[in-house]
Design a protein around this ligand. Structure first.
Ligand SMILES: *Cc1c(COP(=O)(O)O)cnc(C)c1O
Length: 463
């Protein structure tokens, strides 16, 4: 109980303990401050906290109250500040996940939830949150194909696909394909494409978990069409091509293309990973669904929350009869997406350019201008801020080795932790002893909030 709380950020910067100087646990009249900490039931009658409880639920508000009371008990704040502190600790929503500003310079940051949804997709999610016609034809009153309009929107974007199906994520798409097309059989795959996708999950393990066997061909750096051809037989379920989306092998390399493999007489499944539906001029080496299907792939799988810029989901595009088999397999029911995902996917496919698309193509000169304006404004407020050149990346979503010229706001290193834990959390990156806030993944309309977040944690700022 007597442990002293870690001082607040502002204390570390200024060496003071905030507005109440001296030991805040002691009242000038000598009474123990702990006795003056307001009780929970009293605080719940504060009109502002009562309104928050009405909106978010009492559990959420009680948790904020408890944290504020703890701070007063530890002496971090005086008892008089408990109501305001509790109010400040009430989250904006009851969702639990805190919205952050992604200033890492990684466009699709897996730890930050990959692609941010477009405004159109966000509105679609909210609109779909109530009862919807997700599986009902309102005209006839009969049951209808689940998510048919989102699926139609995906088909419309990739005319070379005979049909499409959507599951929970890219990994689920592979599991469904392996189970429905190769359980008890062999999946023929190049040794150079046995990929770990992150957090210790490896595609070969995932594929084998379905009951399929892997038939490895070629070597780490080279696999020819002849290597694949020699491995085919009555046991073959399909040939799988996996895009090495998070690493690059350069030098003496050779990989067979879908077009060559399509001539071997077995289905070719291509996991493109990134979710590009068509070629992207800024990413010439990144495979896309349309090109792979035109080259003869029977099925293409991809993630929805990478370069497509949509919600987490797994896209499956391919031959009509194959998609029918996949979508009617019992496992499809376990991997199906919810109505919120379908709504966000459709809005992503039919709506204006996504934040991911905008971030990918943002003009470096424009990013430099924004960094310059932010640095000027913050310097005027006494922040040691400079505009610097930076190098952004696409990230876990694809295009390994591609750097995107960018611009950043450079701040003293202690800002990194302070900004992460501030009221508006900002995640930057450390480089050469400075905290860089790269603007490529920050929406221009968030610049003002970014500046506000920096001001709020600058040395001497009152929180
Ligand atoms: C990202 C990725 C996956 C996994 O997709 P999730 O949507 O994260 O499940 C599989 N294969 C490749 C090539 C990928 O890039």
């Amino acid at each position: 109980m007597e442990q002293r709380a870690v001082p607040d950020r502002e204390d570390r910067h200024t060496g003071t303990a905030g507005p109440a100087s001296g030991d805040p646990a002691r009242h000038p009249d000598g009474t123990d401050a702990r006795r003056r900490i307001p009780r929970t039931d009293v605080l719940l009658r504060d009109p502002r906290l009562a309104a928050a409880a009405h909106r978010l639920g009492e559990r959420v508000v009680k948790s904020a109250i408890r944290q504020a009371q703890d701070r007063a008990r530890e002496g971090t704040i005086p008892p008089e500040r408990v109501p305001d502190t509790a109010l400040a600790l009430v989250p904006g929503t009851a969702g639990g996940l805190r919205p952050v500003i992604n200033a890492t310079g990684v466009l699709l940051h897996t730890n930050l939830g990959r692609a941010p949804l477009s405004p159109a997709a966000r509105q679609a999610v909210v609109a779909a949150a109530g009862p919807t016609d997700v599986e009902l034809d309102l005209a006839t009153g009969a049951r209808a194909r689940r998510g048919r309009s989102a699926l139609a929107a995906l088909c419309a974007r990739v005319p070379s696909a005979g049909d499409v199906h959507v599951v929970n994520n890219g990994a689920a798409a592979l599991v469904l394909a392996a189970t429905a097309l190769a359980a008890g059989k062999e999946i023929v795959i190049s040794r150079g494409e046995m990929v770990e996708i992150g957090d210790g999950f490896r595609l070969p393990d995932l594929l084998v978990s379905t009951g399929a066997r892997l038939r490895e061909v070629g070597t780490t750096n080279r696999a020819t069409t002849a290597d694949y051809a020699a491995a085919l037989g009555p046991e073959t379920g399909f040939v799988l091509k996996v895009h090495p989306s998070n690493f690059r092998i350069t030098g003496f390399t050779r990989a067979a293309e879908a077009a060559e493999l399509a001539g071997l007489g077995v289905p070719v499944v291509v996991d493109i990973g990134s979710g590009l539906l068509a070629p992207h001029p800024a990413l010439p080496a990144e495979p896309d669904a349309d090109t792979q299907l035109r080259a003869g792939a029977a099925l293409v799988t991809a993630s929805g929350d990478k370069l497509l810029g949509g919600p987490q989901c797994g896209l499956m595009l391919g031959r009509e009869e194959l998609i029918h088999t996949l979508s009617r397999h019992p496992l499809a029911r376990a991997l199906r997406v919810d109505k919120l995902t379908l709504a966000a996917l459709q809005a992503t496919l039919t709506g204006p350019p996504t934040p991911t698309a905008t971030g990918l193509t943002a003009d470096p000169a424009g990013l430099r201008d924004r960094a310059g304006r932010l640095a000027t404004a913050l310097s005027a407020d006494g922040v040691d801020a400079r505009a610097v050149e930076s190098a952004a990346t696409v990230g876990g979503g694809g295009a390994p080795g591609v750097t995107l010229p960018s611009a950043a706001l450079s701040l003293p290193e202690p800002y990194a932790a302070a900004l992460r834990t501030g009221r508006i959390p900002v995640v930057g990156r450390l480089e050469a002893g400075r905290c860089l806030l790269d603007l490529r993944a920050v929406a221009p309309e968030d610049d003002e909030r970014l500046a506000e977040a920096v001001r709020a944690v600058r040395p001497g700022a009152r929180r």
